[in-house]
Design a protein around this ligand. Structure first.
Ligand code: CDP
Length: 231
């Protein structure tokens, strides 16, 4: 039972990938990596440096200065997961804001950005014992992952969950804006040229529209245990 596997969780925006990934990592003693946080941190870096805004996108400057964006995850024992740091500043709260969500999929289309982040992600998972969530984990980052999960749920369920998260954090957002963002990001993520969001042929699809967090956890934990028995 000491064998460690790699668990890749992909899926549409706000499908609860990070919730299940954190639960699994805590249960198994694995490292959890939120690959979306890295794309969000590069988006924040681009916003802070004026490379991207609602009406402007200076891709050459972003690419030229990408080497100045230093990303690091630091485990927060109080929260039970790692927080994202950009150039030694904790940006965990800032990268979750709707302003960042509205621009992140544009940043994630740039091949140079993907190359940099996929390199870091592969390095983080090289010893296995990792649960990583994102869009291209089972198809690009860890093609040989022992367990691949593809999460789906209805757009309304996803937007409602994300809206509730914002409200819980005390942030003023409109449901309609959150709903539009969820659909818009899915559209860009599935249609981009490089590493689009698609279900890996060997991924197991879980639609969690009608599942509680506990039910979902139990279903996926059973899949993990079955894999662990067979490695
Ligand atoms: O949590 P949520 O599902 O809303 O998104 P996220 O995982 O934080 O990812 C934010 C965005 O980063 C996605 O909409 C994608 O555009 C991009 N992303 C990606 O392209 N590849 C990944 N492996 C992870 C995220």
């Amino acid at each position: 039972m000491n064998k460690k596997i790699t668990i890749a969780i992909d899926g549409y925006s706000s499908t609860g990938k990070s919730t299940i990934a954190k639960q699994l990592a805590n249960k198994l003693g694995y490292v959890y990596v939120d690959s979306g946080a890295m794309y969000r941190a590069i988006t924040l870096f681009s916003m802070n440096n004026g490379y991207i805004s609602k009406c402007k996108f200076d891709i050459p400057s972003l690419i030229e200065n990408l080497g100045n964006a230093f990303l690091k995850f630091i485990y927060n024992p109080k929260l039970g997961f790692s927080e994202m740091y950009l150039n030694d500043v904790n940006v965990e709260n800032e990268i979750r804001k709707l302003e960042v969500s509205n621009l992140v999929s544009k940043i994630a289309e740039i091949p140079e950005v993907r190359k940099k982040l996929v390199g870091i992600q592969k390095e983080m998972g090289k010893n296995k014992g990792v649960v990583m969530d994102g869009r291209d984990i089972g198809t690009v980052v860890f093609r040989d992952a022992e367990l691949k999960i593809f999460m789906t749920s209805s757009p309304e369920t996803r937007a409602k969950r994300r809206y509730d998260e914002f409200v819980e954090k005390g942030e003023q957002v409109r449901y309609k804006d959150v709903y539009d963002n969820v659909l818009d990001r899915d559209r860009v993520d599935i249609s981009r040229k490089h590493s689009p969001l698609i279900k890996a042929v060997d991924a197991i699809e879980i639609n969690n529209s009608d599942l509680t967090k506990e039910q979902q956890f139990q279903i996926i934990l059973n899949l993990v245990e079955e894999k662990l028995r067979n490695v």
